[in-house]
Ligand binder design. Sequence first.
Ligand code: BGC
Length: 357
Amino acid sequence: MHKVSRVFVALMGAALVVGMLAAVAAARVTAPSAKQAAIQACVLLPDTKSSARYELFDRPYLAKAFKAAGIPATINNAQGDPQKQRSQADDCLANGAKVVLLDQLDPASGAAITNAVVKAGGKVIDYDRLVVHSKAAYYVSFDNVKVGVLQGKGLVAALRANGKYSQHPVIAELNGGITDNNAKLFKQGYDSVLNPLYKAGTFKKATAGDQWTDWDPNKGLTIFEQMLARNGNHIDGVLSANDGLAGAVISALKNHGLKPIPVTGQDATPTGVQYIVSGWQAGTVYKSIKVEAAAAAQVAINIIKGTAVKTNGKVSGTPSVLLTPVWITKANYTLLFKDGFVKKGDVCKGTYAQYCK
Ligand code: BGC
């Protein structure tokens, strides 16, 4: 062969190899999205900071429920970033999602995501948090006013038990995130118990003792430190809206060498239960996320299969499935182990083992 044509053949060969490699690479890039294109359900969880629940409970229980039903689904966590949640929603739609389970970060981004899903012909289930007056088809959550009532009554019961009820106890309230409709419903619930007691002079609200925290335990810590300072460390009870905020309160009390006082929580996290058994937290609200995830997944499955959805209420006009929360204290925490919700080994370990029965 002529020298020039030999070089030409070699170049052609190289080009062929490069072309083949490119095709393999392209196949590798397209393969996962081709697979993702088959997703039918998409879950958008809010963050990891405001509660341990999302990665510890919501993700695995939702994954299990969709897997059992044979529904391809993706579960995303926006890490507190509304823009990220929006792009996760867009990815889900691009990959074929028909139903989006939305746990919103704020009402504006929640409504925008909902509009995008509806525009694409999909349906939104508001998961745990309602985007009030959005185009969501359903809402699956707990009776969140009841959650707050349990917290308020739990605080009162703990103040009776430690003898402070009759001594005009000073109470602080650490509310959740003002952009979360649930946080408002919780407050409505606990204030329905506490406000009449403030009004009657039975309880006294601490100075600067009623504040919103964005569900951020670090903010909660700073705010509670300030409350202690403003009240000369004299606070007798804290209505804190979840276990993360309770943990912040407890660490502030410990930092100041103060004794345990009644502190409330929510979510039945292993850390919350450790504080309960060791006497630092009065109680927590157990919302079985196992049941909540299964209920939300069932609504999604019914929508996808075109079968009827069963609801048991309406919240702000949205057809809802509402579940019942349970107050947990030292007296009944083993229910969490019996239900298989929290592992005994995650609570009764290290220095906490001595407190477990
Ligand atoms: C949820 C709580 C959670 C809080 C912070 C609320 O909307 O219902 O379970 O502790 O948000 O994430």
